[in-house]
Every structure is written in structure tokens, then in C-alpha cells.
Design a protein around this ligand. Structure first.
Ligand code: MN
Length: 161
């Protein structure tokens, strides 16, 4: 399905990260935020959807300030079991550095069809984590002219509860 890019980037003989498998969805969808001290510190925000973890790298991490729109760069799907991964990715390997779970819990889509919302680029949901709670929105920005080849930029925004 969608883990080809994830697997292509990694050498599973060298990194302790899981090779993973697509898993059938459950009613309680899992989310995780992993603090990733790579070349640059960022927070990897992952939502379980369609048997994988849809993933965004958030350089500044999430903010509870509803006026703050946090850049969330869309990255490749990760296996669901990646959500409990903590460890050190060796230097020189993809994403080399330390990964720690910063928050995890369940998320509840506020869209009729979460996968369609993801594809459309506007997702509304609630987080029930240890640190993060309440309503959030992820919205895909339109690419600037000539920017089509790059990664998708989304915004992570706290909504008023
Ligand atoms: Mn990362």
C-alpha cells in the first residue's frame, strides 16, 4: 500500500526502526507525536488512518494558541507500530538522531469521511492525549507557483473549544 517510500529510505539492518506492516484500522484511531532530535529538532505528528500513520514534521511543535498556525510538512506514511518507537537512529542513516514519544493517545475525526478529508487537505479532529486535548485542524496550503515538486506544506492549528 503506502509504506514503500518509508522502507526505501531506511536500512533496517542499521536502524532500530521497525520495517512495519500495514494494519487494519480499528475504531479508536491512534495518534502520536515524537520529538525527533535530528539535524534539526522537530516534532513528528502522526495520525492513524487507512492502516498507516499519516505523518507531518512540525518544526516548532504544536501550539495551544489559536492564533498560531504551525507549519506541518507532510512526510511519508509510517507503519502503525512506529508509534511506540523510541531510540537512536544511527548517524548517517535517514533521520539520524534521537526519537522520543512526546505524546500519544487517540484521535477522533470530526469529518464524515476522515480519509476523504485527508485527501482534500482539510482535517478536523479531536485529540485525547496526555498533553494535547481538544479540537485541532490540519489544512494543506496551496503550493506557490513552481513549488509543485517539493513536499506539501500543511498548517496545524488549535481550534477554540
Ligand atoms: Mn522526523
Amino acid at each position: 500500500m503506502t509504506l514503500d517510500e518509508y522502507r526505501k529510505k531506511r536500512h533496517f539492518g542499521k536502524t532500530p526502526e521497525p520495517a512495519g506492516a500495514e494494519t487494519p484500522g480499528s475504531e479508536h484511531l491512534f495518534f502520536v507525536i515524537q520529538k525527533h532530535q535530528a539535524r534539526r529538532l522537530h516534532y513528528d505528528f502522526r495520525l492513524e488512518l487507512d492502516g498507516v500513520l499519516k505523518s507531518w514534521a512540525v518544526p516548532k511543535g504544536p501550539s495551544y494558541d489559536t492564533r498560531e498556525k504551525r507549519l506541518a510538512v507532510h512526510v511519508e506514511d509510517h507503519p502503525v507500530e512506529y508509534g511506540s518507537f523510541e531510540g537512536i537512529i544511527p548517524k548517517g542513516e535517514y533521520g539520524g538522531g534521537t526519537v522520543m514519544v512526546w505524546d500519544q493517545g487517540v484521535w477522533v475525526s470530526l469529518d464524515d469521511d476522515p480519509l476523504a478529508a485527508y485527501r482534500k487537505g482539510v482535517m478536523k479532529f479531536e485529540l485525547e492525549g496526555k498533553k494535547l486535548l481538544g479540537k485541532w485542524t490540519l489544512i494543506r496550503m496551496k503550493p506557490r507557483p513552481g513549488e509543485k515538486e517539493g513536499p506539501e506544506n500543511w498548517l496545524l492549528i488549535k481550534e477554540r473549544d
